[in-house]
Write a new protein. Structure first.
Lengths: 80, 379
């Protein structure tokens, strides 16, 4: 189930398909300050794999991927 | 009298008007219905033609037609700039006049926002508007070898396959100019693969390899350094270039954002089947303006215009509107100077490209002229 990280921004990208949720996160990472926690909600299963892969490449911190009833919560901290 | 206002004079707006008139000809004649199309500029541009203009295969004048030549004479054509859509009072507020509506069709398209990437306006080129395309045409004609980067700087953008097409045509163009052997072509894409559709990737990846085209993925430019001619990415990488062909970020139209009708990207939340704007019974949206997970492409606007016209005609005649958009898209993909393939797909059918051929390319070249028949609602 969930862990209660205090997210600074929640992006509800449910209903949007790859690469929508990832591109929404990328936009948020550009806009937010270092240290902020961003949470993406996606109903597209491929986000649960693609987003962590991008987070790793871009050097941010993946706090976790959490499966909810019919969507995934991907929680990321901007580290630089 | 019922007033239908169509906002936008691109493919989506013009086709909706031209498909609608014959369906409600009697009502228009009896003055029970009036159709008004509002456009910012009095001419329409065939935007897929930019891909040919930059290689000097089509000229500016070939890509332009006066909208009054294209539009059914039963449609009232207004050239004005919409400032705000007031859905509460059912009114479109323009610079010079206001227009009340009973039914509104939002066909306001998309716009490029190169200013979102600092340095891009100074050091980059693109083929997503006339001015940029004309500038790129000169840069390509004067290119004597070096490194060209084709970089997709945001998704969604108009014509998803255009970056692939420009890359392939560029390869052949440089060969024909005798400078390919002293040139490097690099293609970049924001996600972890070189395109969004796997079947297209399967086809183009080996072709990139065979033609010596390099690619970079998870590549999201945040800044261009014009002095050093370098792209800086969010992922912490840099890529230098001699010539940068960018696919700039896109947003929905300003009037949509100013009216509070768009999502974060300025795209209008639209029902994927009925094409009604979410929350409004009497407002439809189509073409690039919507938030739908379909290509921002002329063919999509064309197929959607058929649906919107049918539904509006039904509403005028007091019948329940039942036409539904099934996500249909058709895209030619140029894979070289004289070679192309195509894909079609919808919400239920994935795309499956066919083997590239000269034949498909020549069909595309013919369609570049025949489009003006489509715009008139004839093809």
């Amino acid at each position: 189930m969930t862990m209660e990280a205090e997210s600074d921004r929640v992006i509800d990208a449910r209903g949007s398909y790859c690469p929508g949720p990832l591109m929404e996160l990328i936009k948020a990472i550009k806009e937010e300050e270092t240290g902020k926690i961003i949470e993406v909600w996606s109903s597209d299963e491929s986000s649960a794999k693609d987003i962590p892969e991008w987070v790793k490449k871009a050097g941010h911190e993946l706090i976790g991927v959490f499966k909810e009833s019919d969507y995934w919560r991907i929680v990321v901290r901007k580290t630089k | 009298m019922k007033r239908i206002v169509i906002l936008g004079g691109g493919v989506a707006g013009t086709l909706t008007a031209n498909y609608l008139v014959p369906k409600i000809g009697e009502e228009i004649k009896k003055k029970e219905v009036e159709i008004t199309l509002i456009t910012e500029r009095p001419y329409q541009i065939y935007e897929p033609g930019y891909l040919y203009l930059i290689f000097n295969r089509l000229g500016e004048d070939e890509l332009k037609r006066d909208i009054k030549e294209l539009l059914d004479p039963n449609v009232k054509l207004v050239t004005d700039r919409a400032i705000r859509i007031d859905t509460e009072n059912q009114r479109v507020i323009c610079e010079n006049n206001d227009f009340d509506y009973d039914y509104l069709v939002i066909a306001t398209g998309s716009r490029i926002t190169p200013e979102e990437i600092p340095g891009l306006r100074d050091a980059g080129h693109w083929f997503y508007d006339m001015e940029g395309s004309v500038r790129l045409r000169s840069a390509l004609a004067n290119f004597r070898g070096g490194k060209i980067v084709v970089s997709v700087m945001g998704v969604p953008h108009k014509c998803p396959v255009a970056p692939i097409e420009v890359t392939f045509i560029l390869h052949d163009f440089l060969k024909r100019r005798g400078v390919r052997d002293r040139s490097q072509i690099v293609y970049t894409y924001p996600i972890n693969k070189i395109f969004i559709m796997d079947s297209v990737i399967e086809m183009i990846e080996p072709m990139f390899e065979e033609k010596g085209i390099e690619s970079r993925t998870f590549f999201n430019p945040i800044e261009i350094n014009p002095e050093e001619k370098k792209i800086i990415t969010l992922e912490g990488e840099t890529e230098d270039f001699d010539l940068l062909i960018a696919i700039p970020p896109h947003r929905g139209a300003r009037v949509i954002e100013d009216s509070g009708l768009g999502d974060r990207g300025g795209w209008v939340p639209t029902d994927r089947y009925t094409l009604r704007v979410q929350g409004y019974e009497n407002v439809y949206a189509l073409g690039d303006a919507t938030n739908l997970p379909v290509s921002k492409a002329g063919s999509v606007a064309h197929f959607q215009a058929e649906v919107v016209a049918e539904n509006l005609a039904a509403e005028i005649e007091g019948i329940e509107p039942t036409a539904m958009f099934n996500g249909k898209a058709f895209c030619f993909i140029e894979t070289g100077w004289e070679e192309a393939t195509y894909i079609w797909f919808d919400y239920f059918t994935p795309p499956q490209p066919v083997m590239p051929s000269k034949f498909v390319h020549f069909v595309k070249i013919a369609y570049n002229k025949a489009y003006w028949l489509t715009a008139r609602g004839l093809l």
